[in-house]
Ligand binder design. Sequence first.
Ligand SMILES: *Cc1c(COP(=O)(O)O)cnc(C)c1O
Length: 344
Amino acid sequence: MAIKELDWANIGFSYIKTDKRFVSNFKNGAWDGGAIVDDANIVMSEDAGVLHYAQECFEGLKAYRTEDGRVVTFRPDLNAQRMVDSAARLEMPQFPVDKFVQAVEDVVKANADWVPPYGSGATLYIRPVMFATGNVIGVKPADEYQFRIFVTPVGPYFKGGVKPIVVKISDYDRAAPHGTGNIKAGLNYAMSLHAIVQAHEEGFAENVYLDAATRTYIEETGGANIIFVDADGNLVVPKSHSDSILPSITRRSIVDVAQKYLGLKVDERYVKLEEVHNFKEMGLCGTAAVISPVGKINDHGKEICFESGMDDMGPVLKKLYDTLTGIQMGRLDPPEGWIHEIKL
Ligand SMILES: *Cc1c(COP(=O)(O)O)cnc(C)c1O
């Protein structure tokens, strides 16, 4: 085994084609056995359901090389279960949790040389995706699907150290109340692209979306959940009245780490935009960055500044970040079932 020699610190977050991928097809009411294949391209009908009615869902997780040289993934069973939930909501067939976890293992093993070295800050991003390949013209679920997992190495999220970002309160909505905001479907991202391009043009890193019904409560950003630290140093996690926040695995893990490792109180509740100025720290959480600190929110020209400022991650989020990444990288003892070792 020879780890690839890439400029790990500078590869960024973009697609790099690796050697192997896992593909399984659903036909005549059943998934085939699936296989590790070479071909990174997909040939399908012009009438495939995914192209017309957006029957697609995906997942995102990472493989890490630990300090003692093992290759591990973080809670892949939760990604598997979330994809089952996404598929059910989109009338797609479910890919069984155990087979999903096995396929993650197989594809990482087949691309083991692409798992970046420990300490490089880079990781192997794993992208499971499921989409309708069967023909549909009338609006209905397709009857054929593909489930595929490919991997691509990604560089450190924060090049040259963690830097707080500035986000804006968006005038667009991400997800309708009781719509599809709670599943990981590409369609939620298609409609966020215009909003994020605009936000970037205005100099903001992300959009904070409010609840679509009343526009008074904090929900999440386009691709990350939000967490706050209150004046007492406790963690506050926004809830949605209309179930339109994506259940982030990073956020759920942070809640456990806060309670069980750091002894913090965690308040999962509805959070009004108008009370956010009372908080001391704000962060965005997801697989990509784990925690990305927010220094300021811009609400239609009015700035909400957090005490943690624009130079560093605040002290509480920093502790959460160090503890969770310590668990992921094998430096700290994990809770039962969190670290899934891939035996090479
Ligand atoms: C994927 C995603 C997240 C983060 O989820 P993780 O499981 O922590 O990676 C948050 N919000 C949205 C909308 C997402 O699609």
